[in-house]
Ligand binder design. Sequence first.
Ligand code: FO1
Length: 423
Amino acid sequence: MASSIPVVQSGRIRVVKQGSGPLVGPVVYWMFRDQRIRDNWALIHAVDQANKANVPVAIAFNLFDQFLGAKARQLGFMLRGLEKLHRDLENTLQIPFFLFQGQAVDTIPDFLKECGASLLVTDFSPLRDVRSWKEKICERVGESVTVHEVDAHNIIPLWVASDKLEYSARTLRGKINKLLPDYLIELPAIGPPKIKWSSSNPPIDWPKIIADVVRKGAEVPEIEWCEPGEDAALEVLMGSKKGFLTTRLKNYSTDRNNPLKPQALSGLSPYLHFGQISAQRCALEAHKVRKHYTQLWNASQLEMVHHGKMHGFMRMYWAKKILEWTSGPEEALAITIYLNDKYHIDGRDPSGYVGCMWSICGVHDQGWRERPVFGKIRYMNYAGCKRKFNVDGYISYVKRLVGESKKRKAEVFFDKKAKELRS
Ligand code: FO1
């Protein structure tokens, strides 16, 4: 197998069948579960292996006649997503996309034979049927053909996270969290492969295929409220208008269990199911939002510690986050009063104590709609700050303040040292 260090972590790839021959023929990625170009480890691996062996790469998709009772609703969504993927592939990566209809155990081996492929890359699905199809395909492909399986769906590859049926989320969560630093990493973008596919791939009559599928599966009609495809998925995740992370996450903690507020949930499951968005992308983007969120609080804390005077607005946000993060109001009050007295030039003052009491116990404030953690105490969050001021500007302002204060400290330190040395 021609491959130096794989671009995809070895833990994410399983050699399902080791072919006897070298990688001299094309690489084919049988796309099944992860129907997307961006952030797709299986596609990244297929292109990487093809480039390293100087062979072309193609994507093959098999449309089953019947798939677990799927009707117009599911197949229409899936195929409209694939139609966009096919167009994007042609416009950006020039990777051919072959659509077969029938049983994958027939169409995939036939295609590999026809194009003389040396490596079949598959994405990973734990479904029993899919596993048996893969076994049959391994039996049917030529001796020389190698078959790889890449877990492009999970952040931690399933077989790395655990080798057994976990009896509780708690035990599995611990294993996953330990592995996140290794696997929750940025994904490389792919460019057009080095070697172009020889034959031009046959045109696909998407409107006809979709019309047939929708007509045959009419008993479960399509949905209108959820636009299929990778671009729509990213909009739902982080679009400026209705993105979950950008505009709706703030309601999640309070409204996630309210069926009358479906917008509080991400709305990403249709896209995750068909692999039109990567769970890893969702987690990476959520981390960025979270980092921002803690960066804002850290900035207010640093402004107090180094500058000795935190802006009044930030004192409310700062104290309320401590309430959110601690075991209850008593602990939060103890911490805010301790820090306020220790670092604020204007701490140890009746108005400081009232400020802490206002933020944490609602003294002099009205009662607000009850919500988890805060009860009836006024709620303040990052989104609220963003509406009021330039959060990034405040964060960099405090960075400058801290830099200047540390520089002054260093000057004082070295002046003192120099005096000592002179005396
Ligand atoms: N995957 C395919 O490769 N070909 C299909 O024809 C196909 C139909 C299909 C219908 C409904 C559905 O919910 C899923 C379907 N899938 C199909 C699988 C899909 O790719 C999902 O990612 C897997 O079911 C998730 O494991």
